[in-house]
Design a protein. Sequence first.
Length: 355
Amino acid sequence: MTHSQTLEEQAVGPEISDLAQRLAAGGAVQGQGWQMIEPRGEKNGIRIGDVAVVLLRDAYYFPRSGLILDAEGRALASPLEVVRGGAAAAEKARSQLGRAVPMGRASVFAGGGGRRNYGHFLLDDLAGAAWLETLGIARHYPLIAPPLTGWQRALMGAAGVRATEVSEPVLRVAELVYTTAIGHYLQRADKMQRDLVDRLPRGAAPGAGAVYLSRRGMTGRVMVNEPALEARLKAQGVTILKPHKMTVAEQIEAVSSARVLIGASGAALANAVFLPKGGTVIEIRPATVREFWIFLMTDNLSLTHHLIDVGGALKGRDVPLRTRLMQLPRQLARRYRVAYRCDLEAVERAVSAAL
C-alpha cells in the first residue's frame, strides 16, 4: 500500500498537486491535503521513495512520542508506525486532547523512531526537516521539536537546520505540516537522503585510512568475538572508534577523513553519510538482520558496499557465559537480543582489498 492510499483512507483530504509550492510561498491553503514529493520506485527489488508532504488543520501533536492525531482524534499512519506502543499509545493519547496547548502554524519532523536511535534521527527525521528547510516551508511553518539531546542538536547544526524545542505534552496546531519521511524513511531512502547529505560536512576525497565502529558494551546485538576482531583490525592499522562515547563532531572528523568505514549492522553505520564519495563501507551483518538501509545509503552516496554475512544467531551453550549475563536484563524484560560470531578472516580480507 502506498502512502497516498493510506492518506486517502484516513481522510486527510484530497491530493493537492502544488501543495509544497503553496506552503513554501506562505500563502493561504484551503482545507487540508497532501502531495507526493518523492514518488514510489524500486531499486534492486527494494521499495524506495513514496514520501508525501501533509497539511492538517487543527491537528494534535505529541512531541515526546511523535504521535500526530487529526482533528477527529485519528492517528496518522506514518507517525504512528514509529510510536512505541502503537495503537495503544494512540488510544491513551486521546484522553489527553483536552489539555492541548494551541499553536498557529508549525512543521514537525521528530518521530518516535529517532528519540533514542541515532540512525533514525539522522536518516528519517533530519531528512524530512532538511527538505522542509530547503524548500522554504520552514520559514512560514516553523520547525518544532521535543526537547532534544546534545547529539541531536549537533546533527541538526551540522545540517544547518534549526527548530524550536517545545515542552508541552500535547499541542493543537491550527496548520500542521509534516512529511511521511517520519516513518522509517531510511528503509526506502532516495533523493531526500541525497539532498540531506548535500547539507552535511563530508570529505572532498577518500583519505588513506580505515575506521571501525565498535559496539562493545551494547547488549542488543552482541558480536561475541569482537575483542579478537578489534585486535586484528588494529594490526592492519585500522582505528577503533567507540561512537557512543564520542561527540558528533568527533565522529564527523574521524569518518570524513577515512577511506573505509567498518562496522556491524546498526545505527552507528549511519555515519557513512560523512564518508567521502568513493569510500567503502564494510558491513558485518548477522542473518537476523534483514534490512537493506545500509545498501540503499551507500548506493545513494556513491560509496562501495561490501557485505559480510556472518550467518545466524548463536543458541544455548554456544553463547558465552559473559554474553548471557550481559543480556540477562534484556531477556528478563523480553527485549530483543541476539549473539553471533564474526568471520575474522573475511573481515581482514575485505579491509586489505579496500585499502
